[in-house]
Structure formats: C-alpha cells, structure tokens
Design a protein around this ligand. Sequence first.
Ligand SMILES: [Zn+2]
Ligand SMILES: [Zn+2]
Length: 266
Amino acid sequence: MIANFHTHTTFCDGKNTPEEIVIHAINKGFDAIGFSGHGYTPFDLRYCMQDTEGYLREIRRLQVKYQKDIQIYAGVEEDAFSPLTRSNFDYIIGSSHYFLVNGQYFPIDSNYDYFKKCLEAFNDDIPRLAETYYQSFCAYIHTRKPDIIGHFDLITKFDEIDTPRFLNNGQYKQIAVKYTEEAAKSGCLFEVNTGAIARNLRTAPYPSEDLLYILKKAEAGLVLASDSHTIETLDFGFEDAKAYLKEIGFKHVYGLLDGAFKKDIL
Ligand SMILES: [Zn+2]
Ligand SMILES: [Zn+2]
C-alpha cells in the first residue's frame, strides 16, 4: 500500500491545499491519503486549525470528487492537551507537543529557541523533563486511546543539531523504555515518523531505534508517516524506513484501507 496518514494542509501550518495534495498523491500512485490537521489548541493558535468545520467540509468534498482515484480520510492530529469532539473524524493521531509548567504551555518542537525555554523550565534536568513528558503523554494515551500515537519521542527532536541530551543519555533511555512499554500496553498503533529527517534535523525516524526494539518485543503495530507539511515530502524516506523496520524484525505496518486499519506486508 502506498499511503500517508499524517498530512498537514493550509487549514493548519501546511503549505498546500488538500486538493493540491490529493492530486499529487494520485499522480504518485497512492492508494490512500489521510489528512491530519492540528486539532484546535485555544492556548496556542500559531499552528492549529481554526476552521475545523471548513476543513471537514473540504475533505468530504474531495472524498466524493476523487472517489474513483484514491481513498481519502479526514483525520486529526489531536494534542494531548486539547481533547476534541472526535466523532467528526475518521481517525485520531494523538501527539504531545507541550509541557504544562505552572499553568504555562511550553511548545517542545516549534523551534530550538522554544525548546531551550522548556529546558530552562526544568533547569536542564533531562530525566525530570523526560519523566514529566512521558508520564503526561502516557496518561493521555491510556485515557483517550488515539488510533495512532504520534512521534512518541518528539522531545529528542533537536538532539542532533546541538548538544545531544537524550539519545546518548543512559538515564533518559531507561525512562523512555519504561514509558514505551507502558504506552504499548494501550494497544494503540505507533507512528514511525520521518518528518524530522525531511527537515534535516534528524537522521532516523521517531521513535528511536532502541524504542522500536521495545515495540517489536511488545508486538505493537506501526504506521509509516511523513508528517508532511508540503507535497514534496508526502512519502519522504518511506523506502529507507521500511528497510530499517525490516532489519529490526518487523514484518508489516498498518494503513487505513476501506475504512479500517489493515496490515500491509513490508
Ligand atoms: Zn505533531
Ligand atoms: Zn504533524
């Protein structure tokens, strides 16, 4: 199956309209495309959808218009701090993009300056920061059970562009492993997200390799996702990611087809 289920458009912080993306996906031979606009976060309007009704109307229009050419799904990337009315969406990606410290939201992944503010809020205490992040993310995962868990170890995003703080830190690894095991018990699918590679920030997808081994052992299901914000990156790094997952021992990933998540052999 050729598909991507983590796709942003001009309805949030993406560069292309849904229709431009659908046409591009059809030209690339995609079987399915899933849109996942950022769910409304009233405390941070910089990047989220503010016209969710318009978004849904447009995706439903495209579903009809292009039904002979491609399967189209109207999903949402829900932030852990922004529970939504979910019934309108075909599927939910649950992601955690913030720390909530003393009533203030600190975005983790917007840019490196914001990330440094997160570090300051925790006095550069990486284990405490990681515990806080994963604990609240896992509480959300078990309570709200999204279909797909988005970029599980997003806090490692800037590890390769400046001081490495997480991926070579034994204490961090222990914490990440513990919470990966806990999140896997939810039965939710995990994304393998190539978005940070496309932005030249990372050389491997989320989650990191050691966490993928944990997910393999836990028999968790995976979904390949590009977290694309432009048509150029709709299936970015998918072939490399598939080979990498096969090396780790995965035999298949999951994708939405005919309205349900189904296994797709790697
Ligand atoms: Zn995200
Ligand atoms: Zn995203």
